[in-house]
Structure formats: structure tokens, C-alpha cells
Design a protein around this ligand. Structure first.
Ligand code: GLN
Length: 245
């Protein structure tokens, strides 16, 4: 069986669980995996015991400062860091989840906020403005394959990846991490150019086991990214033999 958790401290939990189920049904019905639909288990994660059952984890959208505070209070920050950076299990963060998975975030209040880390990036929170500046943009996501159909990217107080950092380990001359650079998977044209350094804003990245999107695929009915990510999960580690070629 494969157990995938959604961190359920706050934010868009149900939506991810529902799309994960649809994605799993799609994978089983198309014969992309030898697992049966029942072999996929999707659980809400609020304790470290629940986390330890997971083969992979989604950190949903919501509000990252709040999520950090609640995670700290529940003693989940260290187990989460362990999960992402030591056990190297597949993790996907959407929006606030992407913020949580960044090593650094700018535009945070004095005193900062607790992050899980894992992606050697600095994110800029609320890049496009406040709630009323939310928007939908058609995205080209080449990592999904040859498909022409653009993906409806839902951006709600979304962060962007503002800078890809040389990893600490790379700086120290340790090889492992520097061999897994941050890959930019999607961008949008930069909006009002108040931060005019770049003409594009980075809205999806991957580094090793960690995947992050600024937008909310779980707020659409489009299962493609959930399908793609579940395939990555199946390809990682002990489930490799369950993927049909
Ligand atoms: N602006 C929020 C944050 O920084 C993220 C918003 C969202 O997840 N939709 O945490």
C-alpha cells in the first residue's frame, strides 16, 4: 500500500484529498500502476505518528505563518524537517505549502516565521498582492508532457520563488545537494514590475524529493498535476516495482 498524507493543521486539506483520490483512481484504471485503488491510502496528518505512516506528504495552501505556529505548538516542525530533509520522502507544497518548504522567505514580519525548508530558494510571499488581487492564469507546464492543454493556475495571495540560492552544502563544498539543483518548472510573466529584476516570476520548482507550486491545482478539477506527482511518488523508493512501464 501507499500512504500519502496531507498536512491538516490549516488550509485546503479536503480539496487535496479529493483530487488525490481521483488521481489514484485514474492511475489504477489506466494500468499505470499495479496498485489497486484500495492500496492507496490518503490521510490527514496532525501528529507525528500520522506523519510517520506516510510515504509522501502534501503541505496545502492556507497561511504559512499560522501553519508554522501550529506545527511548532504540536511538536511537528522537527518531524517535518526530518521527513523532508533526512528521510527525503516526496513532499509537495502548494502556495503556503511552498512557503513552508522554502529555506527562506522574505516579506515576513519581524521575528520571521518557522519554515520546514528543503528547497534552496527564497520565496517572496504575497507577490501579487492581497486577496482581491487573486487571479487565474493559463500556464504552460512542460513537465506534464507534450500536452497542449494549458493548466488553469489559481493564484491566491500567492508566493513566488524570488531567488534560487546556492545551497549551504554547496557552499561548504559538500557534493550531495549541489548535484540536485533547483529546477524551474513553470513561470508567469512578471506583473506590475515593482521588483523589476526579472521578467518572469517562478511559480513551480522541484529539487530532489521536494516539489512546490505557487498556485492551487486542488482548487480546479484538473487532476494532471496530482497524477504526475503520484507517479513521482510511486517512482521514489520502495514502490518502484509497482509502476507499470
Ligand atoms: N499568502 C499566504 C502565505 O504566505 C499563502 C496563500 C495561500 O496559500 N493561498 O502563507
Amino acid at each position: 500500500a501507499l500512504t500519502v498524507g496531507v498536512l491538516a493543521l490549516q488550509g485546503g486539506v479536503i480539496e487535496h484529498l479529493s483530487l488525490l483520490r481521483k488521481a489514484a483512481d485514474y492511475l489504477t484504471s489506466t494500468g499505470a500502476t499495479q496498485l489497486k485503488s484500495n492500496d492507496f491510502e490518503f490521510i490527514e496528518v496532525r501528529t507525528k505518528e500520522q506523519l510517520s505512516r506516510c510515504d509522501a506528504l502534501i503541505i496545502p495552501g492556507g497561511e504559512s505563518t499560522t501553519m508554522g505556529i501550529v506545527a511548532a505548538r504540536l511538536g511537528l516542525l522537527e518531524p517535518l524537517r526530518q521527513f523532508v530533509k533526512v528521510e527525503n520522502k516526496p513532499v509537495w507544497g502548494t502556495c503556503a505549502g511552498l512557503v513552508m518548504l522554502a529555506e527562506t522567505a522574505s516579506a515576513t514580519k519581524q521575528g520571521g516565521q518557522e519554515l520546514v525548508g528543503g528547497l534552496d530558494v527564497r520565496v517572496l510571499r504575497n507577490r501579487f498582492g492581497t486577496q482581491i488581487d487573486s487571479f487565474v492564469a493559463d500556464l504552460k507546464l512542460p513537465f506534464l508532457g507534450e500536452e497542449e492543454t494549458p493548466f488553469r493556475g489559481v493564484f491566491i495571495r500567492a508566493p513566488v520563488v524570488e531567488e534560487i540560492m546556492a545551497s549551504q552544502e554547496a557552499a561548504e563544498g559538500v557534493k550531495s545537494k549541489s548535484e540536485d539543483p533547483v529546477e524551474v518548472l513553470a513561470t508567469v510573466p512578471a506583473g506590475k514590475a515593482e521588483k523589476a529584476a526579472a521578467s518572469e516570476d517562478i511559480v513551480a520548482v522541484r529539487q530532489r524529493n521536494v516539489f512546490g507550486t505557487s498556485f492551487h491545482p486542488e482548487l480546479t478539477q484538473d487532476i494532471r498535476i496530482h497524477v504526475w506527482w503520484l507517479k513521482q511518488v510511486l517512482n521514489a523508493g520502495r514502490h518502484q516495482d509497482l509502476v507499470s512501464r
